[in-house]
Design a protein around this ligand. Structure first.
Ligand SMILES: [Zn+2]
Length: 314
């Protein structure tokens, strides 16, 4: 039987170039996504305006504020053409395992720094989008760590120089995975788990985890929580109730190691967010570009200075 995810209709390169091959086509598409009901002045909300042909600025007829198509969005202050941005959107959403900044540099014909910035801005859009949609249903939750493994030494919980992240996969009644949310935490404590739960869970959900005491933070925050006591060490056979979250932890680590030469610990939240975003939309490959672009024009600017700072906990 064909795998429905692998064999779904995507967005082909010829289709892409036919739709978004020119600067004018990209401008028109971006304008439609940003202002689906026509231009709205970001200063005063007025809709009557004129377009200044020389510099492509929109000028409000009431307050005379001038705004560009990209100002106030993740594309703000860009020196890249829109066709380059669109090609980046295409590559980031349509490639099988994502694309690294290094590959993006080669494919777009830009500097590494520019490619890195484009890639991280798009990952930031994915992160903000998914973080705004709390998980629901039956949620398998586990603790996980990034880094350190390849340098030998202690493995698993408590090993030094590892970045802790919480792994959560929501499933339906038939135990099929619906969505995932992997987020970096400061550390595993009841308070951190409770904070995370308040941000990422819907009140109707039920969380299933192993017996690690920090997960009591879920019930302390007021959510339904079932702890499964495995009785063994961290390597004991995982229960069926936690199969999906453990599978996804393995997939994430394999994918990050396979696609990226080096995932910096301080930017791990964005890499996790990219994986989350793509998994959560795995059945909708053909419109992933338009959905991401639609959110991108609603995501505030993220200057390089902010982009390079360490991410806070998710
Ligand atoms: Zn105005």
């Amino acid at each position: 039987m064909k795998n429905v995810i692998q064999f779904q209709k995507g967005f082909s390169l010829p289709d892409f170039f036919e739709k978004y091959g020119t600067e004018d086509q990209c401008r028109e598409a971006l304008s439609d996504w940003r202002w689906p009901n026509g231009f709205v002045c970001p200063e005063c909300g007025h809709t009557h305006h004129c377009l200044l042909k020389t510099n492509q600025l929109y000028q409000c007829n009431r307050c005379h504020h001038q705004t560009s198509l990209t100002s106030g969005t993740i594309f703000a202050d860009t020196k890249l053409s829109l066709t380059t941005w669109f090609l980046a959107l295409f590559l980031v959403t349509q490639t099988r395992n994502g694309i690294s900044a290094l590959e993006l540099k080669r494919m777009l014909g830009v500097s590494y720094c520019t490619a890195w910035s484009v890639k991280h801005k798009l990952m930031q859009v994915m992160k903000e989008r998914d973080d705004s949609q709390p998980l629901t249903g039956i949620i398998q939750m586990d603790d996980a760590y990034w880094g350190g493994e390849r340098h030998g030494g202690k493995r698993g919980r408590g090993a030094p120089h590892k970045v802790p992240f919480v792994a959560a996969v929501s499933t339906n009644e038939e135990h099929h995975p619906i969505a995932m949310r992997f987020s970096k935490l400061k550390h595993f404590s009841k308070a951190e788990i409770a904070r995370w739960a308040d941000k990422h869970l819907k009140s109707s959900c039920t969380v299933v985890s192993d017996g690690l005491s920090c997960f009591d933070g879920v019930s302390e925050a007021g959510y339904k929580h079932v702890a499964i006591v495995t009785g063994g060490g961290p390597d004991s056979v995982k229960h069926e109730e936690l199969t999906w979250v453990n599978t996804m932890i393995g997939n994430v680590k394999r994918s990050l190691n396979g696609t990226y030469h080096n995932v910096s610990e301080k930017h791990l939240p964005r890499y996790l967010a990219e994986f989350n975003y793509r998994f959560n939309r795995r059945f909708k490959l053909d419109n992933m570009l338009t959905r991401l672009a639609y959110v991108a024009v609603r995501t505030p600017p993220m200057p390089l200075r902010l982009l390079t700072m360490a991410e806070q906990s998710g």
